[in-house]
Structures are given as C-alpha cells and as structure tokens.
Unconditional design. Structure first.
Length: 256
C-alpha cells in the first residue's frame, strides 16, 4: 500500500506550535514552507488510532513528542526518527505506552550510513511510562543527557533483554523496569543515588547485577542489589539457580 501523506493542521497553544495529523494509513509529517519554528507533536495526537496499521516518520524540527501522543496504538509498527534525531529533546509521559508492535530507529552517518534501533542522543527527558508495554522493544540506550528514568518508563517491556544507562544518570524511578522478564543484566551508574520501589521487580531472567565503581549509594552482595548499608533489597538475580539473602536486609519492597 502506498503511503497517504497527511498535511499539517496548525493549532497554537500559548505560542507553541502543536501538530495534529488527520487519519491516514502511513503518515509523513512534512514541513511546509511557512513552518519554520520548532514543533511539538501535541498530547494525544494519535491516541485513538488503536485499530489502524500505520507507521510514522518525521521531517522538520520536532523537538517534543507530547504526552500519550501514540498511547495504545497497538498496530503502530515503525517510528522513524531519522530526520529529527538532532532536534528531538523530549518524549512525553506514556507517549508510546502500549505500542506492542513498535520498532523505533533513526539513521546516522559516521564512516557509513547506519541504521540504529535506539533513541537519538540529544534527548534530555523521557516521561513516565513512555515505553510501558512496548513488547517489541529489545534494547535501549538511555541518552547521555537524561538524568532520570521516571516511573514505569519501561515497565512491561517483556522482550527487553539489555539496557545501557549513562554514568551520569541520577535516579531510576518506581517500577521503571517492572516485569521486564527478558532483562538479563543491569548496571547501576556511578551517579545514581535514588532507586524507586519495585524498579527491578519481576525480572525472572536477571543473572548479573553490577554497580559502577565510585557509586556511594548501592552495592551488590550474593547476587542482590542493596542500599550501601545493606538494609534495603532493590533487586535479586532471580535467573541464578541460588541466591543467598544477606543478613543485613531489613526491608524488601513488595506490591500492595
């Protein structure tokens, strides 16, 4: 099926340009001659497209993908960020939540043209639940400028088997990686001082837990991720055949 190209409908809120795109099978958010400002793909822009197969690729200068922009678009198959990989700064809360078939990628030049199935490097904020229940997501690299993984950001990503977090990451929110059943290893960054409750809960494949040298808030003992005083259990290598709980543990977060 040939793509149906949709035109911008310009809606202005508080001086910002929000973009709404009419219904189509495949969309191209194309920059018109009078569209030179930095753009925001508005909240809930595609949130009702729950029974439509489609893909999205961008042109122009979109810097924010708003809250719930593609929430529950279960047949969204392809998100190409190639043309906005330098401009994109923020992915809003629940922006791609429930997009169970989605693959997100961009192209980059080094010595050769390369397709990267990951997030662009200039993103500074990823909202709560942004990729929750994205069942096709297999790997993610948290961009260097992101300082916090908010609550439920990757919860329920059952195919996510690897995640790379920058050294400068300071906080991992509540249930950030909850029920990521395929995740086999985690490495807590050096600057991380705050891990929320149940951030690494229900990780049945987890076999390797590491804490970067210089981290003064957390440690690993006997396959368990602990607060530095050993009192709080934050994760356990459930994929190992045997785990020995340290005697110092007095607090084990659990679901209510």
């Amino acid at each position: 099926m040939k793509p149906i190209f949709a035109d911008f409908v310009r809606i202005i809120y508080g001086g910002e340009n929000y973009v709404h795109v009419p219904s189509a099978w495949d969309l191209r958010l194309s920059e018109q001659g009078y569209y030179n400002s930095r753009l925001i793909l508005g909240p809930n822009a595609f949130a009702l497209w729950r029974n439509v197969f489609f893909s999205v690729w961008f042109s122009g200068d979109v810097r924010v993908i708003g809250d719930s922009a593609f929430n529950s678009c279960i047949f969204l198959q392809d998100v190409d960020l190639s043309n906005i990989s330098s401009a994109l700064e923020e992915i809003g809360a629940y922006a791609f939540s429930g997009c169970s078939m989605m693959m997100i990628h961009y192209t980059t030049w080094s010595d050769v043209l390369r397709e990267v199935y990951d997030l662009p490097p200039n993103i500074t904020k990823i909202g709560a639940g942004a990729f929750m229940n994205c069942n096709s997501l297999e790997h993610i690299t948290i961009p260097l400028k992101v300082k916090e993984i908010e609550e439920e950001t990757f919860a329920g990503c059952i195919q996510l088997h690897s995640v790379a977090m920058p050294t400068t990451l300071g906080k991992i929110g509540t249930k950030a990686f909850y029920n990521c059943k395929a995740l086999g290893a985690i490495s807590i960054p050096k600057m991380c001082t705050d891990i929320g409750e149940l951030a690494f809960y229900h990780l049945s494949s987890l076999t390797n837990i590491m804490v970067e040298d210089g981290n003064e808030s957390y440690k690993v003992e006997h396959g368990c991720l602990l607060s530095v005083d050993g009192a709080v259990l934050h994760a356990a290598a459930a994929g190992q055949s045997r785990i020995e709980m340290p005697d110092t543990v007095t607090q084990i977060p659990c679901e209510e």
